[in-house]
Design a protein around this ligand. Structure first.
Ligand code: NZQ
Ligand code: ZN
Length: 387
């Protein structure tokens, strides 16, 4: 097991009704609030009104319309509002896009140069406004991590930045706020949770038994609770377990004692930067193909562990058969839960940019569990064109 530092400063308020803590959390910093949100789901499901009621003594400036795959232009606008109104604290209400965008706004509000500098180099973030968030979609883990993923369509780049300063101060996680998440976003969000877990799970054999066990539990929770949430969107049991899975999958705990670079995320970020697709739909398409591509004598034992501990596949003595069955089950799980499983299904029907995108991933994928070069990535993308 590798050495690690554990330091996650975000306060978590988990459970129905935890929004009652919002006033005291906000008042810790003042009364001038930048309220950020997306395309309006929080108005339709009542969270917006609840926030306004609880913060009636605050001066609230709004930044709405944050897009899925949030854009650098929105970050710049948010930073401008913070500076102009001398904002004390940012309150982000929404999914990963709103919260990610708000993290970078928080940092850009304390930076004199252009916000894109901070995306390109997180080390330039030396301060940030405090951020409180109310999560409405279980997926990214942004509620308890430092990452802010921002897209600049001018240069076709979607990139994550991170700094200790961009941890949310506090996250309110009320599973009932996810009751209105539509089926496609519920499935995509769960695929994202699974992908974060798998990216950390598929690393060198490292004897990180506890961390791997946590990952296996998160994966089993996704497999158990996604169908339940789709069947009954107001199942508190399903929504609460998916919400905590989201947080646990990417707050650092599934990588403690482990290490190594990721694979499907760097590739997917290029797909989103070129085609503006839903993050986790890209991941669902890529994941089983990546798994198949890297299955070898070197990796097969890890796949066997995955097969037995996540998919309950019995030990037949044939390691490769068990591994292939686990990959097939992963693919079928995504199909059964309505995820698109080919690139044409998400609007990518040409291989025109495959090599260009693949070259962009090379540096990061040279550090992956199984290092891949641009030709490997093109081959994986080609395999994503058909079922
Ligand atoms: O914009 P609104 O109207 O709020 O609607 C959103 C949006 O259309 C809707 N939604 C969210 N909560 C809802 C709801 N609809 C009804 N009821 C609710 N309660 O869902 C749609 C998608 O929202 P979005 O925030 O884009 O989804 P997600 O949470 O999946 O975030 C995706 C973004 O996060 C990045 C992705 O790349 C992508 O840009 N990621 C962030 C990570 C991180 N910070 O650590 C890691 C991830 O790997 C990922 O890269
Ligand atoms: Zn992700």
């Amino acid at each position: 097991m590798r050495s690690f530092n554990y330091d996650i400063p975000t306060k978590v308020y988990f459970g129905e009704g935890k929004i009652k803590y919002l006033p005291e959390l906000i008042h810790t910093f003042g009364t001038k609030v930048l309220l950020t949100y997306g395309g309006g789901s929080i108005k339709r499901n009542g969270i917006y009104d609840e926030v306004q009621e609880l913060l009636k003594d605050c001066e609230i400036i709004e930044l709405s319309g944050i897009d899925p795959n949030p854009r650098i232009e929105t970050v710049r606008e948010g930073a401008r509002l913070c500076k102009e109104h001398d904002i004390d604290v940012i309150l982000a209400v929404g999914g990963g896009s709103t919260i990610d965008c708000s993290k970078v706004i928080a940092a850009a509000a304390k930076y004199d140069g252009d916000a894109w500098d901070l995306v390109m180099d997180g080390r330039l973030i030396t301060d940030a406004l405090p951020l409180v968030d109310i999560l409405t979609l279980s997926a990214t883990g942004t509620e308890m991590n430092t990452n802010g993923v921002i897209t600049n369509f001018d240069v076709k780049l979607k990139k994550g930045t991170a700094s200790y300063h961009t941890y949310p101060y506090a996250s309110i996680l009320d599973p009932t706020y996810t009751y209105t998440v539509p089926a496609n976003q519920t499935s995509a969000g769960t695929a994202d949770i699974m992908s974060h877990t798998l990216e950390n799970y598929f690393q060198e054999e490292d004897n990180a038994f506890i961390t791997d066990g946590l990952s296996e539990t998160i994966l089993r929770a996704c497999i158990k609770y996604l169908p339940m949430a789709l069947e009954n969107p107001e199942s508190y049991e399903a929504r609460s377990n998916l919400m905590w899975a989201s947080t646990m999958a990417l707050n650092g705990l599934t990588s403690m004692g482990k290490g190594g670079g990721w694979t499907t995320h760097p590739i997917e970020h290029y797909l989103s930067a070129y085609y503006d697709i839903t993050h986790a739909e890209g991941l669902a398409i890529l994941t089983p193909r990546w798994m198949k591509y890297i299955l070898s004598d070197k990796t097969v034992d890890r796949f066997v562990k995955y097969a037995q501990n996540v998919w309950n596949i019995e030990d037949s003595g044939d390691k490769f058969k068990m591994a292939e069955e686990a990959i097939e089950k992963t693919y079928q799980f995504f199909v059964d839960n309505g995820l698109p499983m080919t690139l044409p299904e998400v609007g990518i029907d040409s291989d025109e940019f495959f090599m260009e995108m693949a070259k962009g991933t090379e540096e990061r994928l040279s550090r992956a569990y199984v290092p891949l070069n641009a030709d490997d990535v093109v081959e994986i993308l080609n395999r994503c064109m058909t079922e």
